[in-house]
Design a protein around this ligand. Structure first.
Ligand code: PEP
Ligand code: MN
Length: 264
């Protein structure tokens, strides 16, 4: 049923190299209006923005909650974007339903089985991030909890794993791309923002993701990254994001030929 929805055709999630972008967190109406207008101008179709934020410290900004979802919905209604946002609590799945188009399950909740089963009972796509210390086996088994509820519109997203390395926030395990392609039928996205934690590594990571055959990337952007309420260091500003898009467009032509399109 989900397979041939308008959303699926619009996002082309299984065809092209999809670029999802938006802020780590929805902070205000003004911030989202700026970002929405900018992404719309560039032809981006899916916008991200966290309303429920899983922060390490309870004293950090926790997101705007339902108010954040309302802001996202207004931007969606204005530009026709698909909206992706994280849900942390099974009790929020139902009330968030009308506000978002893709449920994001975050790294910290990859094995929250009640949450997985709850989203699995809906008919919206689910982006399941890899747990920061999850093996491929555990990640793939987690998809089965979602699928058990009848929802097989699952997108996997590699966001880096914990290693001894501290130069980067996480170690971006790009071998997820061939491994997930081989072991599952699901699309695989890369999150170079959380995967590296450093804005200067987002472009090389995105190039690598495209080259290795990922279905897309999800990138954090902010009009003023230095003022962001969360994850500013791994967010691109508008100019940097535009440069990345141009770079990736050229690389697509090199890889896929003239039209820069996977499917003729
Ligand atoms: C996010 O995408 O904003 C996020 C919190 O990511 P992760 O769950 O990968 O840490
Ligand atoms: Mn973030």
């Amino acid at each position: 049923m989900v397979g041939d929805t308008k959303l699926n055709r619009k996002t082309r999630l299984l065809g092209e190299f999809e670029i999802i972008a938006g802020p780590c967190a929805v902070e205000s109406v003004e911030q989202m209006e700026l970002i929405g207008a900018f992404l719309n101008k560039l032809g981006i179709q899916t916008i991200r923005g966290g309303a429920f934020k899983p922060r390490t410290s309870p004293n950090s900004f926790q997101g705007l909650g339902m108010e954040g979802l309302r802001i996202l919905k207004d931007i969606r209604d204005c530009y026709g974007f698909n909206v992706i946002s994280e849900i942390m609590d099974p009790r929020d799945v139902e009330r968030a339903y009308e506000y978002i188009d893709i449920y994001q399950i975050g790294s910290r909740n990859m094995q929250n089985y009640s949450l997985l089963m709850e989203v699995g009972r809906t008919d919206k796509p689910i982006l399941l991030k890899r747990g920061m210390s999850a093996t491929f086996e555990e990640w793939i088994r987690a998809t089965e909890y979602i699928a058990r509820g009848g929802n097989e519109h699952i997108i996997l997203c590699e966001r880096g794993i914990r290693t001894f390395e501290s130069y980067t926030r996480n170690t971006l395990d790009l071998m997820s791309i061939p491994i997930i392609k081989k072991e599952t039928k699901y699309p695989i996205f890369i999150d170079p923002s959380h995967g590296t934690g450093r804005r200067e590594l987002i472009l090389p990571a995105t190039r690598a993701a495209l080259t290795l055959g990922a279905d897309g990337v999800m990138i954090e952007i902010h009009p003023q990254p230095d003022k962001a309420l969360s994850d500013g260091k791994q967010s691109l500003n508008f100019r940097e994001f535009e440069l990345l898009l141009n770079d990736i467009k050229k690389l697509k032509q090199v890889i896929w030929g003239d039209g820069g399109s996977h499917h003729q």
